[in-house]
Design a protein around this ligand. Structure first.
Ligand code: NDP
Length: 327
């Protein structure tokens, strides 16, 4: 067995936290040989819920669970953390303006970025799940100037997994037959699930399914899957979001298999015309512990327009935060 890995989870008392923490305690992130120390971060209003989850984690008697603690102080929670899941965020409430939402979240993710910068382990990796996830990740990253920018990412793996699952269902094949999908842009309704490079087995996806479907109803279904789930189960997706966050972090630490790629929101290096510095979703492989954007993918006219539209939204979010003096 190896040294314990310290994992901090914000919003730990919430729905996604509840699904995520049991998977982490069971060893689903780093495998059966790596003990974990779980740090549950909450705001005071969520502390009791997190403490309840802590009790249940203890009651799980997980052999790999070395420690579990509850915190309302970000510095405490992030000290020596190797892995950070930033799940807690200020949700949009009725009557709230977009600027208010961005401002409230900047007030959360700015200080959290600084605390990670100052106190986390040197190898820290951060994934932002809480919405607006891409811009929250940007804010955290800009407040962590001593860390490489690439340590800050946001979750688009759930969108990616939805894109894989919905295509596989349409084609009537197992998900393992589906490769080459990319979700580009923002984790929002403007996201672009791109089938132009995808395959189903050995066959190009766009030869196997209707192209009008792929560019119309399919994109809508993937982008609006969250609303479909709320309508069906009466509350928002939680287990699938937690599962995708684990997929993202596991691939980051342990590598993506073979020449497969996945979708990750990363700080742009300017690839594919996405302005450098924005946190946008790209096709990426994890090689030796680092995400690398897959180069030289053909972008057709349809894809170009969809990517540009989502990136324009990210630029607007960044500019709105900057106008508030928060970047
Ligand atoms: P959830 O655990 O259901 O969701 C948490 C965040 O994940 C939300 O921002 C949500 O966005 C986002 N999210 C991203 N992708 C998805 C997806 N596919 N499906 C569902 N959610 C997604 O929220 P809860 O309200 O149950 O729990 C949040 C907890 O965070 C609360 O306990 C609260 O106290 C805490 N909190 C902690 C903070 C901190 O640690 N500083 C700050 C603020 C809150 P969306 O809202 O768009 O659904």
């Amino acid at each position: 067995s190896t040294q314990p890995v310290t994992i901090a989870v914000s919003g730990a008392g919430g729905n996604i936290g509840y699904a995520l923490l049991f998977r982490l305690a069971a060893g689903d992130l780093l495998g059966p040989d790596t003990p974990v120390r779980l740090r549950l971060l909450e705001i005071p209003a969520g502390e009791a819920a997190a403490a309840g989850t802590q009790l249940e984690l203890i009651d799980g008697a997980f052999p790999l669970l070395d420690q579990v603690s509850v915190h309302t102080d970000a510095t405490e929670a992030f000290t020596d953390a190797n892995i950070v899941f930033l799940v807690g965020a200020r949700p949009r409430t009725a009557g709230m303006e977009r600027a208010d939402l961005l401002e409230a979240n900047a007030g959360i993710f700015g200080p959290q970025g600084r605390a990670i910068n100052d106190h986390a382990a040197a190898d820290v990796r951060v994934i932002v799940v809480g919405n607006p996830a891409n811009t929250n990740a940007l804010i955290a990253q800009r407040n962590a100037p001593d860390l490489p920018a690439e340590r800050f990412t946001a979750l688009t793996r759930l969108d990616h997994n939805r894109a894989v699952g919905i295509l596989a269902a349409e084609a009537g094949v197992p998900v393992t037959e589906v490769t080459g999908i990319t979700v580009w842009g923002n984790h929002s309704p403007t996201q672009y699930p791109d089938l132009s490079q995808a395959s189903i087995g050995e066959v190009a996806a766009l030869a196997a399914v209707d192209v009008d479907w792929a560019r119309g109803a399919y994109i809508d279904r993937v982008a609006k899957r969250g609303a479909e789930i709320i309508a069906a189960r009466g509350s928002s997706s939680a287990a699938s979001a937690a599962s995708a966050a684990i997929d993202h972090m596991r691939d980051w630490v342990l590598g993506t298999p073979g020449d497969a790629w996945t979708s990750v929101a990363l700080v742009s290096d300017g690839s594919y015309g996405v302005p450098a510095g924005l946190v946008s979703s790209f096709p990426a492989q994890s090689i030796e512990g680092r995400w690398a954007i897959v180069p030289d993918i053909d972008i057709d006219e349809f894809s170009r327009a969809r990517i540009d539209a989502s990136v324009a939204e990210l630029i607007a979010e960044r500019d709105a935060v900057a106008a508030l003096g928060l970047l």
